[in-house]
Design a binder for this molecule. Sequence first.
Ligand SMILES: Cc1cc2nc3c(=O)[nH]c(=O)nc-3n(C[C@H](O)[C@H](O)[C@H](O)COP(=O)(O)OP(=O)(O)OC[C@H]3O[C@@H](n4cnc5c(N)ncnc54)[C@H](O)[C@@H]3O)c2cc1C
Length: 412
Amino acid sequence: MGSEVFDVLGIAHPKGKELDFQLKGARLLSPDSTKEYVMTDPKQAGYLLNRLEFGQRLLADAIKEGVDFRDNVHVKAAIQENGFVTGVEISGVSGKKEVIKAKILIDASGFYSLIREHLKSILIENVIEPEDTILCYREVLRLKDTVAECPDYITIHLTQDLAPGGYIWYFPKGKDIVNIGLGGPQKKGEKVGDVIRKRYQENCLKRMIKGKYEIISSGAGVVPVRRPLWSLVDNGIMFVGDSACQVNPLHGGGIEASMRAGWIAASVAKKAIDANDVSTGSLWDYNVQYMRGQGAQFAALDILRIALQHFNDKDLNFGLKKDILSGKDILQIAYAGELKLNMLDALTRVFRIGLLDSMAHSDLLINLAYVHKLMTDIKHLYETFPAKEKMENFHLWKKQVEEIYKKIKRAF
Ligand SMILES: Cc1cc2nc3c(=O)[nH]c(=O)nc-3n(C[C@H](O)[C@H](O)[C@H](O)COP(=O)(O)OP(=O)(O)OC[C@H]3O[C@@H](n4cnc5c(N)ncnc54)[C@H](O)[C@@H]3O)c2cc1C
């Protein structure tokens, strides 16, 4: 994750055991591995966190602030009374059921959120479609007789052949430890065990790790890679993190994104409780602040994700080799969800590609121009997400967003 978020939240940057490694930047490899972009962001450093240590620090801080921490409980469902969420039903290790009442329930229970799945709401969708998710598998390896490649950079290999609709990642943590894995769209009925692990072993492990190694840890999971939930709030309830689909659709990173969202949610929740009003209207400002910022960026990246999953390796090799997009452009897209291209830029790129090549790949160029337009349109819509005073415009706004999705899905 980037370092900037720690300043935004005003919390200490990770160091010591919490910080596995500090990176210089990222490398993006073309499908045939002949072209690489090296991207460094002058505004922030790249941290490879020790997720357990970092989580323990946040937990300790929360307990110090007075949080009553209940471990080993299973949340079964939200309690809804008179149109408001008023708490949760839980069961402990003994299986004994209990009710916890709450002024506001903030659901941060990840992708498989039972609360979202069973909530009765006209604002919030219960189901996240498999086509909007990626199935990931990764192992952390200690290399025994080789050293990590380019240890100061994370490497992302875009390849439809080896990771259909997704990519392979190779994140070194120093010279002898690497986090290596792959992700791709989930198909109905596809199980982690049979497909993704086999693909990982054949397409990542065998090809990228030549010497002996020890597996330090392994893990698989599903990540939502789409626009955020239509609304992040309803009467008495808020959603944060994977349960709210607050993950960067392009690279599937959700840790930094959920920290930023959690920060906004907490400040809005506090204001609502202080005002003794936990209605949708009172919590709406979380929607407004999130959708107009990170939400706008992620919605635009979702449009790009849908398009990218349909490009073939030939087009991707061509696009990357001919510098249709520069490393700076890719950074701008990844961090801001937009690409500002003026007419002169566009013409310069056609000349750089050459007229014959441009004609041979005209479909790709036209598709890219269309994707660029839809990304700009959706970003604008999210940046003008209806304010609290105009909440009645929400359904119209939603319809306009749906129209853009219809267009991108028709095109790809
Ligand atoms: C293989 C893989 C690699 C990834 N790599 C990266 C990466 O390098 N960088 C990055 O930024 N992101 C990465 N992600 C995504 C990232 O892990 C998630 O976006 C992030 O963890 C979301 O945080 P969260 O708190 O919303 O949900 P989670 O981390 O999923 O936490 C939810 C918590 O709620 C608990 N819970 C769920 N249901 C219940 C229930 N009913 N009762 C009680 N507790 C419950 C769970 O046990 C869990 O502890 C990766 C994901 C996968 C699967």
